[in-house]
Structures are given as structure tokens and as C-alpha cells.
Design a binder for this molecule. Structure first.
Ligand code: ATP
Ligand code: MG
Length: 357
């Protein structure tokens, strides 16, 4: 384990896993149609051990559809889905779990009134004694839950407390530790920070980084480019079901990522609309689409749509290269304060989260 925290993400990302690790999970030109609705089309994505792949996108962009394919909830209707280089088609989430792919949903499947340790083992309880007098091995479950949580750096006062009394961030953290304990190799997190405040988001990001440090391949779904940039090694932005951007950390700054997410043209249109309404300060919004998107394009054609998409196709693409050099770029997080669409200051997010969650 490590004492590093996501708040100092430059340091966290500095010591990289081997650069050319082959993907645990890969999508090649994958897509999904729900009847006539094409929710996802032509998406390339690689999840590598010891790396965090961030999937960003606005509402309805296809993020959940993407992870539902990987987690075995839905099946893709186009392209290829590979696990350990082997083409797969999961019938149920159980198939995905059997291959070490665990998904933590935002509405965690916990029983609020049950103790933390009990929730930790929910559905996979430890037992002792021979049948028919087999019973729950409570002491071992408590001990193991305590050890595992501590291994992830999660210290709770009392594992007997109902899990419902923990904060949202703490519950997410317990769910991450649980997935790691039960042998996940790929951890999918669907918007784990969406409903959380700044501090609690920091707590969750810390354990995203901890899972990465333990060698898991993490897929981190978020709306928030700042959260993504604090822990991400690779960034994939979906828009209307297609991959708008796919770039390793080395090729993109936080500012560029934020602009991609904000959508320069949309922000400019929003400014025009809001200008008609009194009491809204639109001064910080860009005047036109060109101005808004300029920083993203300036001197960096590779981060553009077509090239970015190309980079993720095939197994030989060097997306992992973002990690080591990413530490240099990480200072870009300081630019977050310029960003009109963001009010949180995630670099402060981890303050006060040391030790306890
Ligand atoms: N079961 C379904 N049947 C029909 N259409 C669906 C279904 N699930 C998703 N869609 C459509 O697919 C598109 C992508 O939806 P998806 O839930 O993947 O987006 P998302 O990026 O997760 O959005 P959000 O940020 O709101 O969670 C949307 O247009 C949605 O209406
Ligand atoms: Mg969703």
C-alpha cells in the first residue's frame, strides 16, 4: 500500500505500472441498440491493470450503456468485447463477476440497518462447522472485514454500526474494498462521486487510487472532469453515443478535458440564452464556440476527435504512455479555478480525509 493520496495526484500517477500491459477488458467498435434507439456506436476502450480509465459524458451520452455491456447486464449489438484478449459475450452479471469484473453502482446494494461487516460479506457469508449445524462465522467475518478495510486505508470506529449511518463516501469506499477482497481485477464505478460533496468525493477518489495501486483496472464513470483528472490515466469522452475523445493523460490537460466536457459551442449558446435572463452573471462564459474550444485545439491536433478515436483502436495503441509523463501535466489542475462550469475545488477535496473516512 501507499501513503499517497489523490489530492497529490501528480505523485500518485508518477510511478506507473508497466507501460504496455495488455488490456484486461477491451471494446473494439462496440455499440448497442435498444430497438430503434442506438445508444452506443463504434466505441473503442481499453482497461489495463493498474490504470484508471475515465469515461466522461453528458446525460444520455451512453456511459451507463457502456458499463452495462462490460458488467454483463446488457449485450452489445455491434463490434467486439474482449476479456484477457478473448472474445466474450456475457449472459448475466454473474458471468462478468466470474471473470473478475465487479461493478459498484451508485445506489449501492447494501442493507442500511445491517452492520458494516455484515454488509461487507452480504451474499458470500463465511460459515463454520459441518452441515447441518453450520453457522455464520461472525468472529472471522468481523476480523476479515476490519483487516480488508484497513488494507485499503479505511479506518472506521466501529464495524458494528449500521452501514446506513456511514456517509455516502464511506459506503462507496466499503463497496470498493469489498470488490477488491472478493477478487475483482476490473472495478467499474458508475458515477461514485455524483451525489457527494467535495470532501466526500475526495474520500472516494482516494480509494479509487488505492484500487489502482493494488493493480486493478478501474473504469471510473463521471460527469466531473476535475474528479477524473485527479486519478485518471486515460480519458474517454462520450457524446451522443459515440467516442468524441480518447486520450492518454500525457496528451490532454485538465483545461482541455473540461472544455471537451463543457462543449464550447453549447456554453456559448447557453451564454446567449442566459443573457436574456436577469440576475445571471454570464461574464465568465465564452463568447463564441471558437473561443471556448481554442485551448483544446491549440497546437494539439492529436487530442481532436478523429485522432483520439483512432488511438484506442487495436491492442498496440500506446494509451498507457500517459501515466508516467502525466505527472508533469498534473499541475494543470491548478487551472481549475479558471473554469466557468465548475465550482468545486477538488484539489482541496482530500483535505481532512487522512486516516479516517
Ligand atoms: N433500456 C433502454 N431502452 C431504450 N433506450 C435506452 C435504454 N437505456 C438507455 N437508453 C438510451 O440510450 C441513451 C444512452 O443512455 P445512458 O443511460 O447510457 O446514458 P448515460 O450517459 O449513462 O446518461 P446519465 O448521465 O444520464 O446517466 C439515452 O438516449 C437513453 O435514453
Ligand atoms: Mg448513466
Amino acid at each position: 500500500m501507499t501513503s499517497k493520496t489523490p489530492g497529490t495526484h501528480g505523485a500518485v500517477l508518477a510511478d506507473s505500472a508497466p507501460e504496455q500491459e495488455s488490456p484486461l477488458v477491451e471494446l473494439r467498435g462496440a455499440g448497442k441498440a435498444y430497438g430503434n434507439v442506438r445508444a452506443l456506436h463504434g466505441v473503442d476502450l481499453a482497461v489495463r491493470p493498474g490504470r484508471v480509465t475515465c469515461v466522461l459524458g453528458d446525460n444520455g451520452a451512453g456511459k451507463s450503456t457502456l458499463i452495462k455491456i462490460i458488467s454483463g447486464l446488457h449485450q452489445h449489438t455491434e463490434g467486439e468485447f474482449l476479456v484477457d484478449g478473448e472474445t466474450v459475450r456475457f449472459a448475466t452479471p454473474r458471468d462478468a463477476l466470474a471473470r473478475g469484473i465487479a461493478t459498484v453502482y451508485q445506489d449501492l446494494a447494501t442493507i442500511p440497518l445491517m452492520p458494516v461487516w455484515r454488509n461487507f460479506f452480504l451474499g458470500s457469508e463465511m460459515t463454520k462447522g459441518p452441515w447441518p449445524v453450520r453457522r455464520l462465522d461472525i468472529a472471522r467475518m468481523k476480523r476479515t472485514a476490519d483487516e480488508e478495510l484497513r488494507n485499503m486505508g479505511i479506518v472506521l470506529d466501529d464495524l458494528e454500526q449500521p452501514i446506513g449511518t456511514l456517509s455516502g463516501g464511506q459506503r462507496q469506499s466499503v463497496a470498493i474494498a469489498r470488490a477488491v477482497y472478493f477478487g475483482a481485477r476490473v472495478l467499474i464505478l458508475d458515477e461514485p462521486t455524483a451525489a457527494l460533496g467535495v470532501k466526500q468525493s475526495g474520500v472516494v477518489l482516494k480509494y479509487v487510487a488505492a484500487a489502482r495501486e493494488r493493480g486493478l483496472g478501474v473504469v471510473f464513470i463521471t460527469h466531473n472532469p476535475h474528479h477524473a483528472y485527479m486519478v485518471g490515466d486515460h480519458f474517454s469522452v462520450l457524446r451522443l453515443g459515440t467516442l468524441e475523445l480518447s486520450a492518454p493523460r500525457a496528451d490532454i490537460t485538465l483545461e482541455e478535458l473540461t472544455n471537451h466536457m463543457a462543449g464550447g459551442a453549447e456554453l456559448a449558446a447557453l451564454k446567449h440564452e442566459l443573457a436574456q435572463v436577469g440576475g445571471v452573471d454570464t461574464g465568465a462564459l465564452p463568447d463564441d464556440a471558437r473561443a471556448a474550444s481554442e485551448p483544446a485545439d491549440a497546437g494539439r491536433p492529436a487530442a481532436g476527435k478523429a485522432d483520439g478515436t483512432e488511438r484506442t483502436s487495436g491492442t498496440e495503441e500506446p494509451d498507457g504512455s500517459g501515466k508516467s509523463s502525466g505527472s508533469g501535466k498534473s499541475s494543470g489542475s491548478g487551472k481549475s479555478s479558471d473554469t466557468p462550469s465548475e465550482t468545486e475545488k477538488p484539489d482541496n477535496a482530500t483535505s481532512g480525509t487522512e486516516g479516517k473516512v
